[in-house]
Every structure is written in structure tokens, then in C-alpha cells.
Design a protein around this ligand. Sequence first.
Ligand SMILES: [Zn+2]
Ligand SMILES: [Zn+2]
Length: 332
Amino acid sequence: MRAMVLARPGTPLELRELPVPEPGPGEVLVKVRACAICRTDLHVVDGELPDPRLPLIPGHEIVGVVEARGSEAADGPGVRLEVDRRVGIPWLGWSCGECAMCRRGQENLCPRAAFTGYTRDGGYAEYALADARYAFPLPDRYDDVEAAPLLCAGLIGYRSYRMAGEADRLGLYGFGAAAHLLAQVAVHQGREVFAFTRPGDEAGQAFARSLGAVWAGGSDESPPEPLDAAIIFAPVGELVPAALEVVRPGGTVVCAGIHMSDIPSFPYRILWEERTLRSVANLTRRDATEFLEVAPQVPVTARTRTLPLAEANRGLELLRSGEVEGALVLVP
Ligand SMILES: [Zn+2]
Ligand SMILES: [Zn+2]
């Protein structure tokens, strides 16, 4: 199979010809039809996350079709993953099921967890393996390319959204793949969305308004009224004090990314009055099942741009430059 491989962090991915992997016990072999590019892939490739598997096939927003089952393949969440079944493979690839975090329902924080496209091979390839218990049947209303960004931008975005609480006025910093999906859920649920983009990004602000944002502006601007909560998707530490400044007393700021530049020091008064600052890490299988149920009801639609698998490096560059509206999806 063809695969885009990271040999060493900080170097471009290499197009390689590799043997199709064999599914082990409990695994399924999936023929990849689409794999979205996530900002986390950029952090992995740039070496900003510790200890990736090397060499590594990145990619954790995989849509594909089960081609073979390993011995004793366990059932997926409620559904048996038969051959020919279309499934999505997200970032959480495995968790131990035994530790205190797993038993508490926080498998996203399992210290032994394995992550697709980071500590396990991912979907920048023609085939991928998944533990059958961590792969999800996908709603029929989405085609393969549309479904791919739901698997991380959607799922982890949705977890961040839940952590923001019952916010009537919700700020989204960084209006990319995740925010453009979440804005649709928030508007559908009757909330007011305030979108913050890079200063001067008028196209991004117009895009946000077209999805129902009541206000869109630069991240250096203040919204017309204080927000109940804000989610920061951009990996920029300066946005943390900026968001705290515009959230009301008792409000919440959620950092949704896996990596962020250092947060500058800020006066205690912007955290005081019971504002909460928290992060979100990874996802649980429950987040996945919930979001995949909610998405078609809205219905959430992903703005996508496709690229051939061999152009993964160009896709990563486009994401880095911030020139992407919606989500980039690789097609083998
Ligand atoms: Zn565990
Ligand atoms: Zn991701």
C-alpha cells in the first residue's frame, strides 16, 4: 500500500510503498477512503508532542470500510463491525479499561492509552488497522469526505463544547475545522456564537457569519457583550488572557487543543469572580457516540477541500498558513 510516513519529526512526510498490515486479535483492517488533516498532525510532524511512534503514519480522522477482521475481533460500541461496514477511526485508539481513570469513565486520560496517528499508525495511507472497540459506524447522510472531519474536529470539538457548559453566549477563538462544525451545533441549540479569527481575516469572519455567528471579529477585539463561555481552538497562549477578559463572572474558558504556545502572565483580576479556566484532552468513546448522533440531527455539514494522499505535505502547509476554510481531507 502507499502511505505517507514520518521518519523523523521536523522532516517532510515520505511517500512509501509498505505491506498491507495484518489485523491482530480484536482488530479490523480498514481500507481508507478519506482521512482529514487535523492541527494535531501538524504538532506531531513538527515534533511538538513527545515520543511519537517512529516511523509513523499520521492521521486520526479516518473513514474507511472494514476489509478483514482479526481473530476474535471484539464488537464495536454496540455494533458488530462486519466486513464491508463503513467505520470512522478517531484519535483514541485504545485504552486499558482497568486503571482508575478508565474505571471512572475518563478513558481519555488513561495513562496507557494509545492514539491513532501518534502512538499507533494512522490514516495517511491506503489501509489502516483499528481496535474494533474504538471504531464507529458512521451516519449514512454523510459521504466519506464529509464524515472525515467529524472524527476529531467534531468529536473533540463537541467534548470542548460540553465542557463550556450551558453558555447562551459562546465565543469560539480560531474559526477552523472544529469551530465551524461546533458553531452549527450551538446555533441549532439556540445559542449565540461569537467568532474570533486572526485580526484582519475578513474572509474567515464572513465564513463564521454565514454559519450563523451573531458577531465575528479579530481576536484582539472585544465582543459587544460579555460571553458566558469561550473555547480556544487556536494554539496561541495569548488568547487565554484575551478570552478571560471577555468572559463574564462565573464564566468558563476551555482550551481545546493538545498544544499551545506559552500563556503570558496575566492579572489575577481577570480570573477572579469564579471564572474557570480548563483544558480538554482527547476523547472518550461516549463523546464519539453522542456527537455522531447529534451531528445528523442539526445537521452539521463540513466545509471540505480534498487533496490526493501524496500531497499530505502541502495540506499540512496550508493548515499551518491558516489559509483553509473548513477542513482539509486526504483521499488515497
Ligand atoms: Zn486505563
Ligand atoms: Zn485531531
